[in-house]
Design a protein around this ligand. Structure first.
Ligand SMILES: NC(=[NH2+])NCCC[C@H](N)C(=O)O
Length: 380
């Protein structure tokens, strides 16, 4: 079918499910540490204690235990199978081979990450694929693993756009959010490294992830926490002029908003807390907000100090809607399923054990490419 996805809830026909294959380590350098700063350094949320004697670091590489790598892979493959069994066409990225060569920019080198959290670096708007500029060096070529999928839709008439590619030197990043302790949700934090100068410095660059945008038909809510995001959003606004209305949301999150706020159908959000309403523009600030109970500690595997946690305990809010009344929910988060059931949704429980270790839930590691319906205006 042709690429056609305008929102987060319409009946799902086709989707891309990310690949976890060979996601064996995290590359602990400045772009990674900065992106995940809130989670890594808010020490009352995060393992490992950074002073841990058990740190599994070899050079910059932070190895993930093989058992978790295998279990993640199993859960992602099961999700893909489940979607197929529901009659949905599932596309997959090229799996990262075990011996993938190091990638490089003009001032850096990094081991590549598999195309797992594919929501992050691509934005699908109607019949257009927009590859957004990667903010983490090891993820620089991640969307290339999606080339066959994008080519498939391009061949069927989709527009395929790539936002300007950043240089990603140390000086590319606006550090103000990470350094502003009032924005780090109150926990104790650690400083991030000083930028090292490079001949390729061009100042702050445009960086904006697809997962910072919530698609509500003609309206897009875009989370802005830094100057990098602001200029990425300027590009998007100019590119989409006359087609979409962009609403900038000031610091709802450090970057991605899909464990903060998701739209389940027109008029209904799933929200981390009711206070998010104050950040929303009219008329979306009058939509109903379903706020699930606080996540229970027992919902998560018990990790060691050596296991790096990349998400908050709110990650299970990151559900995937397959229809306006049907939502895939983490099987380990029964209170969320109960909340949704009570609100009249069908919550399908799906296993995903290590969502805190690999930075994403069901919404993050999928990219819906075909949903029913046309571009609608929910302001009318
Ligand atoms: N698209 C994504 N990768 N979203 C994940 C967001 C996770 C969020 N930073 C949290 O810690 O809860």
């Amino acid at each position: 079918m042709r690429l056609n996805s305008h929102n987060e809830w319409a009946p799902l026909k086709e989707i891309v499910v990310g690949s976890a294959q060979n996601y064996t380590s995290h590359d602990r350098e400045v772009s990674f540490n900065l992106f995940h700063h809130e989670n890594l350094f808010r020490s009352d949320w995060a393992y490992p204690r950074l002073s841990s004697a058990h740190s599994p670091v070899e050079g910059r590489q932070w190895r993930v235990k093989q058992r978790y790598v295998d279990e993640l892979h199993e859960d992602v493959e099961d999700l893909a199978q489940l979607l197929v069994s529901l009659g949905i066409t599932v596309h997959r990225p090229i799996p990262l081979p075990p011996d993938a060569a190091t990638i490089a920019g003009l001032s850096w080198q990094a081991p590549p990450t598999p195309a797992l959290n594919i929501r992050d670096n691509t934005l699908v708007l109607g019949d257009e694929i927009i590859e957004t500029p990667p903010a983490i060096r090891s993820r620089y070529l991640e969307t290339r693993l999606l080339t066959p999928v994008f080519q498939h839709y391009y061949d069927r008439g989709a527009t395929w756009t790539t936002m300007p590619r950043p240089l990603l030197t140390d000086a590319s990043f606006d550090l103000s959010y990470a350094r502003d302790t009032s924005t780090t949700l109150g926990g104790p934090t650690e400083p991030i490294e000083e930028p090292v100068t490079s001949p390729y410095d061009v100042g702050f660059e445009m960086l904006l992830d697809g997962a910072q945008c919530l698609r509500l038909g003609r309206d897009l809510l875009v989370n802005i926490a830094t100057d990098n995001h602001r200029s990425g959003c300027d590009w998007l606004e100019r590119h989409l002029q006359g087609r979409y209305r962009i609403h900038r949301i000031d610091r709802m999150a450090d970057n991605h908003i899909d464990s903060m706020l998701l739209a389940l159908r027109p008029g209904v959000f799933l929200a981390r807390h009711a206070g998010l309403r104050d950040l929303l523009p009219a008329p979306f600030n009058t939509w109903k907000m379903i706020v699930p109970p606080e996540p229970a500690e027992g919902n998560f595997p018990v990790y060691d100090d050596g296991d790096l946690l990349l998400t908050s305990p709110y990650i299970d809010l990151n559900v995937l809607s397959i229809a306006p009344d049907t939502v895939l929910v983490n099987a380990d988060c029964p209170e969320l399923a109960t909340t949704l059931d009570k609100e009249g949704f069908t919550a399908i429980p799906v296993r995903h054990r290590h969502r805190r270790l690999f930075g994403g839930g069901f919404h993050c590691f999928t990219l819906d490419t075909v949903r029913e319906g046309d571009l609608e205006d929910y302001q009318q």
